[in-house]
Design a protein around this ligand. Structure first.
Ligand code: MN
Length: 160
């Protein structure tokens, strides 16, 4: 089931230039909570830099995780394309925990468990491209968690 069903603008009706006001902030772009509800994430904000257009149906978002924060442990049928733009941290990708640093590119294929953590003492910022029409994220069941925890590095890493 799609989250977004609003009619899409034409790309040319959207701003052609977002001016950065300071590092990782842009004129006219609000800083939102990561998600409206839930407690399975920590110290993370979201900015929508491009909302999707009829002829370019993707969103470009910027997420920022404060030191010791993390994104939700989740999976979904849509994919993510992530570019790290500030800070080092670690990410769960399926059944592996991988270190990342600025300029790394991370592709999260459909139905891949993922979670980002700013666990290296640095604020982490990343751009994320996602399909404008997409399914809702799934949270792990107890069974999923048991499977994830069968890998010791994953058991230690995840914040369900
Ligand atoms: Mn996701």
């Amino acid at each position: 089931m799609a989250i977004h069903q609003e009619p899409l603008a034409r790309a040319e009706s959207l701003p052609s230039h977002l001016t950065s006001t300071e590092a990782f902030r842009w004129e006219g772009i609000d800083v939102h909570p990561y998600k409206e509800t839930g407690s399975h994430f920590r110290s993370i904000s979201r900015q929508i830099l491009f909302p999707g257009a009829h002829d370019l149906p993707v969103e470009l978002r910027y997420f920022e995780i404060d030191v010791d924060g993390h994104s939700t442990l989740e999976r979904h049928h849509h994919a993510h394309l992530v570019v790290i733009v500030q800070g080092s941290g670690e990410v769960l990708i399926r059944d592996r925990v991988e270190a990342f640093r600025p300029h790394d590119v991370i592709h999260l294929a459909p139905m891949t468990w993922h979670q980002f953590r700013a666990n290296q003492g640095e604020t982490v910022g990343f751009l994320c491209v996602v399909n404008q029409e997409r399914d809702r994220p799934q949270r792990p069941t107890e069974e999923d968690l048991a499977l994830l925890r069968s890998v010791p590095a994953v058991a230690q890493f995840i914040r369900p």
